[in-house]
Design a protein around this ligand. Structure first.
Ligand code: PGA
Length: 250
């Protein structure tokens, strides 16, 4: 099954609207007419500027988080329909920084992923193990728990609309990258988990690798059988670096 590769730029808490605009001025002219799907994930403050900036391009825009309810007394939160109303295409869910620093749980994600799909947003669900979990040979147990519980309430017929990013936590922002063997094994393991849900849909799910992806290692990682793209943090802040990673997937 041929899956369209997807490259996502996770800007985290970098780039306000002005610097986001400067990025787009440099990056958009490099976007190939067709080829991989490209998604930029700015902070909430820069979402509208990036959505407007990308309106004439085929670049999509995703938020970095979302609440599962439509409205309510949840100070500091943003709902699925609010993201749709401003024109977002997707939302990153379950990033390890949100899990570790802001207490996002698998129970939250089991509610958020289906709500995103119902709203028409593409969920980019992040999963991955810590360094100590890998050392204890718990990687597969962690991935099983996260993938199966976070997708528990997603209908089988919607599975193919979910994008999963395998992000080993020890590789995020550290300069350490999973070896192609480690990334490939984890991505294949995740696809097997999806097959246990629905064999047909599992083949269509895009599984990304994330964790210190840069121009120098992108070609090798993106060439792996079960890896269909990358979620890029640090290297996505530089238009030239992100363009080079997009080119590696083209
Ligand atoms: P990094 O971040 O590329 O800076 O390691 C990846 C991520 O957190 O999504």
């Amino acid at each position: 099954m041929s899956r369209v590769p997807l490259l996502a730029a996770n800007w985290k808490m970098f780039k306000g609207p002005a610097s986001a605009g400067e990025f787009l001025d440099a990056f958009l002219p490099t976007v190939p007419e067709d080829g991989p799907e490209i998604v930029i994930c700015p902070s909430f403050a820069s979402l509208t500027a990036v959505i407007e900036g990308c309106a004439e391009s085929r670049v999509e825009v995703a938020a970095q988080n979302m609440h599962f309810d439509e409205e309510g007394p949840f100070t500091g939160e943003v709902s699925p329909s609010m993201l749709v109303e401003i024109g977002a295409d997707g939302v990153v869910l379950g990033h390890s920084e949100r899990r570790a620093l802001f207490g996002e749980t698998d129970e939250d994600l089991a509610r958020k992923v289906p709500r995103a799909l119902e709203a028409g947003l593409t969920p980019l669900l992040c999963v991955g193990e810590t360094e100590s979990e890998r050392r204890a040979s718990d990687t597969e147990a962690v991935l099983s728990r996260q993938v199966l519980s976070d997708l528990a309430e997603v209908h089988d017929s919607d599975l193919a609309r979910v994008v999963i990013a395998y992000e080993p936590i020890w590789a995020i922002g550290t300069g350490l990258t999973a070896t192609p063997e480690q990334a490939g094994e984890a991505a294949s393991f995740i696809r097997d988990l999806l097959r246990s849900r629905d064999p047909g849909q599992a083949e269509a799910v895009r599984i990304l690798y994330g964790g210190s992806v840069k121009p120098a290692n992108a070609t090798e990682l993106l060439g792996l059988d079960d890896v269909d793209g990358a979620l890029v943090g640090g290297a996505s802040l530089e238009p030239g670096d992100f363009a080079a990673i997009v080119a590696a997937a083209s």
